[in-house]
Design a binder for this molecule. Structure first.
Ligand code: FES
Length: 193
């Protein structure tokens, strides 16, 4: 561990049991190095993304405090960002986090029906995770693709122009494969069909 990493550890409050692997710390150091000296706070979002991945998909208070220590900022600055962005999960989630847009344009185009259908299909309510820990269901605000409404995001993949048939296909694919489908590989004509 480098001196810099050791110094980071000194900022972490005592009795916190979070620590990252050397690989993860190296990744974080690389991210921080992209920002000017003294501006490491700017690396907060990518560092939280790395932390969430390292910690199995969600953040807790100890891990956010740890990130604060790594960036030499106060814990409240980390909490503010982690609680603002829907990409950060403050409770354990399933392997696939389904985020359905609930904002006006998507709602008008069937987003609410999509959400209700997913609740029925997965036997969970919004905010819950299936018993097999495969799916978590969330409602989120505008995902920035209103022209393709209704839309949802599953982990880092985007699904547009949703309807019941597409939902069935997506869920079946996710249940049967270890990898997400890549809707980007479809042409606009195929997406609209
Ligand atoms: S309203 Fe759903 S993506 Fe903008």
């Amino acid at each position: 561990m480098s001196d810099k990493q050791f110094k980071h550890k000194l900022y972490v409050k005592k009795n916190k049991e979070v620590s990252f692997t050397a690989d993860t710390l190296a990744k974080i150091e690389t991210v921080i190095s992209h920002y000017p000296e003294g501006q490491q706070k700017s690396a907060l979002i990518p560092v939280l993304q790395i932390a969430q991945e390292e910690l199995g998909g969600s953040l807790n208070v100890d891990s956010m405090d740890y990130v604060a220590g790594l960036l030499h900022i106060t814990p409240i600055e980390v909490y503010e960002v982690a609680t603002f962005y829907s990409q950060f999960y403050l409770e354990p989630v399933g392997k696939y986090v389904i985020e359905v847009c609930q904002t006006g344009p998507c709602a008008i185009c069937g987003g609410e029906d999509i959400m209700h259908y997913l609740e029925e299909k997965l036997h969970i309510k919004v905010g819950e995770t299936t018993e097999d820990n495969l799916f978590s269901l969330k409602g989120v605000e505008c995902l920035g693709a209103c022209g393709s409404a209704p839309v949802m995001q599953v982990n880092t993949e985007f699904y547009e122009f949703l309807n019941i048939e597409k939902i069935d296909e997506i869920i079946a694919t996710l249940r049967n494969t270890s990898e997400l489908t890549k809707p980007e590989s479809l042409s606009w004509k195929e997406r609209l069909s």
